[in-house]
Design a protein around this ligand. Structure first.
Ligand code: ADP
Length: 413
């Protein structure tokens, strides 16, 4: 230690140097920590070496790794050499030698090939579905351009997930279809109402004329004639009422309001009663209806299940071309099964699902009355009972509608 005023000795000078270089080192470290130093030059035995703290490509890499779109580098034939985390999320982890064709839906591999071909002439885009990381299909847009990396030709592919856009487009398409269907419904409803109203007006005129001539001292109106006219008028009123009920049903199903009032019922009994009610329509059609009914009890909504039976039997009568119709009820411990079978024109395979959608009618039904909502309502009722309905072709022609209803009320278990 030096005393005040004394000359500094050598050791004091050395300590001062060390403190100075320590300060310098500390300052350098702080600058590095603060990101103010890009590189340091170190003199080594092999001469000066530069150690870079910042890779000049770092920001681009960060961008590609953090971006919310898939990014892939491939060889010109589509073999993936790099994929960013977003692409991994879309199509699963990288695997050696995996190509774009491995992640594109097999049916669309030709589309991918065409896209790889097109990108030879300049940037190209195309929409495909990827086999998603979770196994489902993911609609994407592939946007490709060529580049060269250290003289090797590569493809840069940006992969935009179109799931949300596709969903929006689907919703829009459905909404448009619904509008078209509703417009069609208005004209069909008007047409369907005009017929019974026309008959009703005609019968009312007839009745008025007969009453008129009676009042003017003509032949008194025979009671039977009046009764016949009134019965016919009543039938037309029922037709209109039926139509209005169906329209109200569609409205209430659309707003999710179908409530069931379950009670203990026998499906065979209900079926027999409904067929009896349709007797006049059946007789007019020339079709015979044979019943093969086992008693099967369950807890169902009487009015709704009657609607199901009525819709299926009256369709069999309407579309059954006057050929025999068979109605079966069977059951086991768990379910009751209703089968309605006709020998009419049947339903082509492509239409077997869509006839259960609202307003769907097949071209062959064009000259027969109907709104195309009966089967929709039927299917909704069956669904509300936790059952299911399907249509299968009948051997030898015609169709067979099968309804299965759980016998118990699931809410009671
Ligand atoms: P609607 O009979 O009022 O047209 P539905 O919803 O009951 O409406 O039936 C939808 C369509 O399904 C009908 O228009 C018809 O084309 C077809 N369809 C229904 N039942 C049968 C059947 N038993 N045989 C052939 N086609 C049928």
């Amino acid at each position: 230690m030096s005393s005040e005023g004394a000359e500094p000795d050598n050791s004091t000078i050395r300590i001062g140097d060390v403190t100075l270089s320590l300060d310098e080192a500390q300052e350098t470290l702080n600058a590095i920590r603060a990101g103010k130093v890009d590189a340091v030059v170190v003199e080594g035995t092999a001469g000066s070496e530069i150690f870079a703290f910042r890779d000049p490509s770092h920001p681009f890499r960060l961008l590609v790794e953090a971006m919310n779109e898939g990014a892939v580098l491939t060889t010109p034939d589509g073999t993936i050499s790099y994929q960013n985390p977003c692409f991994t999320k879309l199509a699963g982890a990288a695997r050696p030698d995996r190509g774009l064709h491995d992640v594109v839906r097999p049916e669309q591999r030709d589309d991918l090939r065409a896209l790889l071909e097109r990108v030879r002439n300049g940037p190209a885009r195309g929409n495909v579905e990827l086999i998603g990381a979770a196994g489902g299909l993911v609609p994407v847009q592939l946007s490709m351009s060529r580049a060269s990396l250290a003289d090797v030709e590569v493809l840069c592919v940006v992969v935009a997930d179109l799931t949300e856009q596709t969903r929006q487009e689907e919703l829009y398409r459905e909404a448009r279809m619904e509008i078209v269907a509703r417009d069609r419904l208005f004209s069909v409803v008007a047409h369907e109402l005009r017929n019974p109203l026309g008959v009703l007006a005609f019968k009312a005129d007839q009745l008025a004329a007969l009453f008129g001539s009676t009042a003017e001292g003509g032949v008194p109106l025979p009671v039977e004639t009046a009764a016949t006219l009134l019965t016919r008028m009543r039938a037309q009123i029922e037709r209109i009422g039926d139509l209005v009920t169906k329209l109200l049903d569609v409205g209430s199903i659309g707003s999710g309001r179908m409530r069931l009032e379950r009670e203990d019922l026998d499906l065979a009994e209900l079926t027999r009663a409904v067929v009896e009610r349709l007797r006049e329509q059946i007789d007019r059609s020339k079709s015979s209806v044979s019943l093969d009914l086992d008693a099967v009890r369950g807890r169902w909504d009487r009015i709704r299940i009657e609607q199901v039976i009525e819709n299926l039997v009256s369709n069999a009568v309407k579309y059954g071309q006057g050929e025999p119709i068979r109605v079966l009820v069977r059951g086991n411990d768990d379910v009751a099964r209703l089968t309605v079978e006709d020998r009419g024109r049947g339903i082509p395979e492509e239409a077997r699902e869509r006839i259960f959608r609202p307003y769907e009618r097949l071209a062959q039904a064009d000259n027969l009355p109907g709104l195309g909502i009966g089967l929709f309502i039927t299917a909704e009722i069956v669904k509300a009972h936790d059952g299911f309905i399907r249509v299968v072709p009948r051997q030898g022609g015609g169709s067979r509608f099968v309804v299965e209803l759980p016998r118990a009320d699931p809410l009671l278990h």
